[in-house]
Write a protein that binds this ligand. Sequence first.
Ligand code: DAU
Length: 248
Amino acid sequence: MKKAVILAGGMGTRMQPATANINKHLLPVYSQDGAIPMIYYPITSLVKGGIKEILIISSREHCGKIIENLGDGSSFGARFTYKIQDVNNTPLGIASALKLAQGFTGIDPFAVILGDNFFEDDFSIYFKNFNTARFDAAIFLKEVEDPNRFGVYYDNFIEEKPSEPKSNLAVTGLYLYTNIVYQIANNLILSNRGELEITDINNYYCLKKSLHINHVNGFWSDMGTPKSLIATQEFINNSKYSINLEHS
Ligand code: DAU
């Protein structure tokens, strides 16, 4: 697998007022490594895993600042392409943003990672060995204490932010797909909250029994709320994890 997409659009509502004039994914994560913009972590997960061709999708309002900060990707040892999710013309939602990647990924299998997700794990083996003959998609689960904040996997079905979660297995923001995903995304209907949901895509694969379920071993967190961002900083500061900026 050579290509990946980072989804860094959305409104960053849970990080207001800081996100009024800055994209959430540029907010700093403070650690012994410095003040590192949030999006450097998903970039690192991909590059460490051997993926160098990366499409970054962000919102119209703040995309310029993302491009200014990240440039062409060479400082990460990667090649970046950018695309805008303009919510004036496109519905909100992770699956809606994903649809914009079709021209970039073409017929190749690819990874999708959410721009606010932090993973300690190394995914090289998963990126290398994604078995497209057996599976059309792969997800990565992690046990959490607050499953109602996430998509929750139980008995071959994912429930998005359930008020009464049936398990503590959160669906993390890393997904592997083949180009079949665009057919599914094009047939989605808007959810109750007016978004095209990634969970609806993954449930399609559950039904077809073509979803590969994996588990995350190391630390995982989203960084999309003040609390989860602080928890991630605490992890980084108390562990040996270090972002590899040797290309900077
Ligand atoms: O973090 C894992 C969780 O991410 C999953 O367990 C959920 O199933 C999944 O729906 C998602 O939930 P969130 O509520 O955390 O998603 P959020 O709206 O915060 O979006 C996560 C990232 O996706 C965000 O950092 C930017 C990107 N995004 C989001 C939306 C809504 C876009 O690029 N465009 C969008 O329109």
